[in-house]
Structures are given as structure tokens and as C-alpha cells.
Design a protein. Structure first.
Length: 173
């Protein structure tokens, strides 16, 4: 009997919690410029992709990024090598800090994978490295459904720290 009461109490708590959350989603589409800090030279890569997010309330959310490389770069070393990002997929926990009626500051931390290729004379290597990522940004809403977002993310990729800046259109539904 006590087990039945416990089950009813847990169900009531779950319903109350979900009923009190303001649940809505957001889609982001945009481009990201990534800078790979290689030992000899830096590679500046451009990716395009999207982001899907869910906010449990005005403060907390979860989002996932999926980007694909559209511009490669060459690292000038001995020998020179070309760097190409095939794809990047990351998932983040997000904190939103309302800084005005239409403006949010954003902090995020997460984990994901970056698939890249390095090619040059005598060198051809594919990599699919997992990495932690942290970032800061800001989002401005033009109206209830449309906005723009700018954020900076640092990817802690093994041996090649990488930074990305993203500009995106935001559509909230």
C-alpha cells in the first residue's frame, strides 16, 4: 500500500512540474566562422548549419548544433596542409539571462564531435574528435517569433584549440 502512495505522489509531482514549465522551442539557422589554433599557423574555416533548442523556462534550456564545412583553409607549415571540416555536432546545456524585454545573454557548455580532414604532401588524416565546448552569446528578439543571435564558442579539441563565432537567425515556435 505504501508503494502505491509513493507511486501516486511521484506521478503528481511529475505532472505538477511539467505543468508549471513554460515549454517552447526555437530553431536557429546561421553560419559559423571557426579558427583552429595550430602550432605553426591558424586555419580559418567557415561552416553553415543549424541549431535546435528547447527552453524549460526563461532561464534554462538544451540545444544541439549541427554544422557542415563550406570553406577550407591551408595551414602554412613544413609541409603546408589543407584543413577541412566535414561536420560538427554538439549538444549543450544553456543558461539564459534576461537582460531586457527582448534581449537575453546566453552561456552554454556541452560536448560533441568534430569530423575534420587534414591533407598535404605525405599527410592524409581523418579525425573525429570528441571535445568539450563552452560559449557565451546574446540574443535579440525582433518580435515573439523572430530574432538574431551572436555567440562565441571555444572547443577544447585535442592538440588544436578551436574558437567559433556564430551569427544566426532565430525562429521561435
Amino acid at each position: 500500500m505504501k508503494l502505491a502512495y509513493l507511486g501516486v505522489a511521484a506521478a503528481a509531482l511529475a505532472v505538477a512540474t511539467s505543468a508549471s514549465a513554460e515549454v517552447y522551442g526555437a530553431l536557429n539557422a546561421g553560419g559559423q566562422a571557426m579558427k583552429f589554433d595550430a602550432p605553426a599557423d591558424d586555419a580559418n574555416i567557415v561552416t553553415v548549419g543549424g541549431r535546435v533548442g528547447w527552453k524549460a523556462n526563461q532561464w534554462l534550456g538544451v540545444e544541439g548544433d549541427l554544422f557542415f564545412g563550406v570553406k577550407d583553409d591551408r595551414i602554412h607549415s613544413n609541409p603546408d596542409v589543407d584543413v577541412k571540416v566535414d561536420s560538427a555536432a554538439f549538444i549543450y546545456g544553456v543558461v539564459f539571462v534576461p537582460a531586457g524585454e527582448k534581449f537575453d545573454l546566453i552561456g552554454r557548455a556541452g560536448y560533441g564531435h568534430l569530423a575534420a580532414k587534414v591533407e598535404g604532401p605525405g599527410v592524409s588524416e581523418d579525425t573525429n574528435d570528441g571535445a568539450f565546448a563552452v560559449g557565451l552569446g546574446a540574443q535579440y528578439k525582433f518580435d515573439a517569433a523572430n530574432g538574431v543571435r551572436l555567440d562565441y564558442t571555444h572547443y577544447a579539441i585535442k592538440d588544436v584549440p578551436t574558437n567559433g563565432v556564430t551569427v544566426a537567425y532565430v525562429r521561435t515556435f
